[in-house]
Design a protein around this ligand. Structure first.
Ligand SMILES: Cc1ncc(COP(=O)(O)O)c(C=O)c1O
Length: 431
């Protein structure tokens, strides 16, 4: 009998949630995760650097002519930076602190782009001194800041594309339309600064492949028009970030986005340096949050469980981005069939009820999720959320004096088992 065939996962019959439950179950039963939780308790973030590495390779294989620059803002963790540095990935920074995280570990500044459209003059000076040369601008005042910069300094003009379907539509805060873009190129020429090309960000967590393709096509068309009209030659197109992660539902995969981007971009890959600044998609799946129940109350609207992490901590993504990570009870994970991802029938019928999950602070808005179907939980029971790598620790606060949730490295590699408080990218504690 062919045992391998018997073991093959019945993928088509598994729902997205079943698949995520099976993954969470496998992680929680791993020796590394159990050891980390036993040693450090909860809340605890489990970071698997191998997933970051694999995600980078996946992007590179799907779009081999694109130079990827990881947007450090998504998760500024030392291990993530080391893994991507080793893999040869470039980096995108939004400020001096992120730049210093990279230069301190010896990343060559030629692999770093600075894409914040608004910068303090001192920050530009620091970045130039460190060797960074590619910057983003979207207004006259910013261009003037580069007058007299080293001759190899290269500006990218940031374009704005409305993205109503993105979780974070960045176009209202940054970027310009085509007419303003033409004016900025002229201003830069007059100031003696090189405009190497254009950048944009379609919006973060954008589950709309067509929008990615349209933004790339529109930018390429604009570049051609401006080259002819202003008699200049551009050499760089920066397609930004925005690739989505899957939270409570499955989003477009890297391959779906690559399939629509490839035919638009590839014909220009010889002539242009095509770069991208993905953040979320690189790290979202690499980190899993483990929390525990610290209190239970019956309220007018049903049962409430109070957890030891919440909106002001690792679940800051729920508050700031309106994303909704799945939350599984470890009791259900223990009863999960590893092949189907389903909770066993016996465990399912036993005492499941809709519950509200609240964070640990005394703020009434600190509610992580409502109407979550959970088994009967007790104080100390664990809950697990996958997809907690992006915009979680970096936007967490110390509200109510709570410490940042530590990150334990799980998986293979020399850092396995290490635990560290998330690398601090200028936090302002709100206590
Ligand atoms: C300029 C810039 N680049 C890259 C990113 C990363 O975007 P994402 O995490 O959606 O890939 C962001 C996110 O806000 C950004 O503002």
């Amino acid at each position: 009998m062919n045992l391998a065939a018997l073991r093959r996962e019945p993928r088509t019959t598994r729902s997205y949630e079943d698949r995520r439950r099976a993954e969470a179950s496998a992680l929680l039963s791993s020796v590394a995760a159990r050891a980390a939780i036993a040693l450090h308790g909860t809340p605890l973030l489990l970071l698997d650097p191998d997933r970051v590495r694999r995600q980078y390779r996946h992007l590179r294989d799907a779009l081999p002519f694109v130079g990827f620059h990881y947007a450090v803002k998504a998760l500024a963790h030392d291990t993530v930076l080391d893994v991507l540095d080793e893999a040869g990935c470039g980096f995108d920074v939004a400020g001096s602190e992120e730049l210093a995280l990279l230069t301190r570990r010896g990343v060559d500044a030629s692999r770093i782009i600075h894409t914040h459209p608004i910068k303090k003059p001192a920050e530009i000076a620091e970045a130039l001194a460190a060797g960074a040369r590619t910057f983003v601008v979207d207004n006259d005042v910013e261009i003037e800041k580069f007058r007299g910069a080293p001759a190899d300094t290269r500006l990218l003009v940031r374009l704005a594309y409305r993205s109503p379907h993105a979780k974070s539509d960045l176009s209202s805060k940054f970027g310009v339309g085509p007419f303003e873009a033409a004016h900025l190129v002229e201003r830069a020429l007059a100031a003696g600064v090189t405009v190497a090309g254009f950048s944009y960000h379609v919006g973060s967590q954008l589950d709309d492949p067509g929008r990615f393709a349209a933004a790339a096509a529109d930018t390429l068309e604009l570049m051609g028009i401006l080259e002819r009209r202003l008699n200049v030659q551009f050499d760089t197109l920066d397609i930004g970030g925005g690739f989505p992660a899957s939270y409570d539902a499955e989003s477009a995969a890297i391959d779906d986005l690559a399939a629509v981007l490839r035919p638009v971009l590839e014909p220009h890959a010889r002539r242009l340096d095509i770069i991208a600044e993905p953040g979320r998609v690189m790290v979202a799946d690499a980190m899993t949050l483990v929390t525990s129940v610290v209190g239970i109350a019956e309220r007018a609207d049903g049962r409430w469980y109070y957890l030891d992490d919440g909106l002001y901590g690792s679940y800051s993504n729920v508050l700031t981005e309106d994303v909704h990570p799945l939350i599984f009870a470890a009791r259900d994970l223990a009863a999960t069939d590893p092949w189907t991802g389903r909770v066993s029938a016996g465990a399912r019928t036993a005492e499941h009820r809709w519950a509200t999950l609240a964070g640990p602070t005394c703020d009434s808005s600190d509610v992580v999720a409502r109407e979550v179907l959970l088994p009967d939980l007790h104080v100390g029971d664990l809950l697990v959320s996958p997809t907690m790598g992006a915009y979680t620790t970096v936007t967490a606060t110390r509200f109510n004096g709570r410490p940042f949730t530590p990150v334990a490295i799980v998986g293979r590699g020399p850092t396995a088992g290490q635990v560290a408080v998330p690398s601090d990218v200028r936090r302002v504690p709100i206590v």
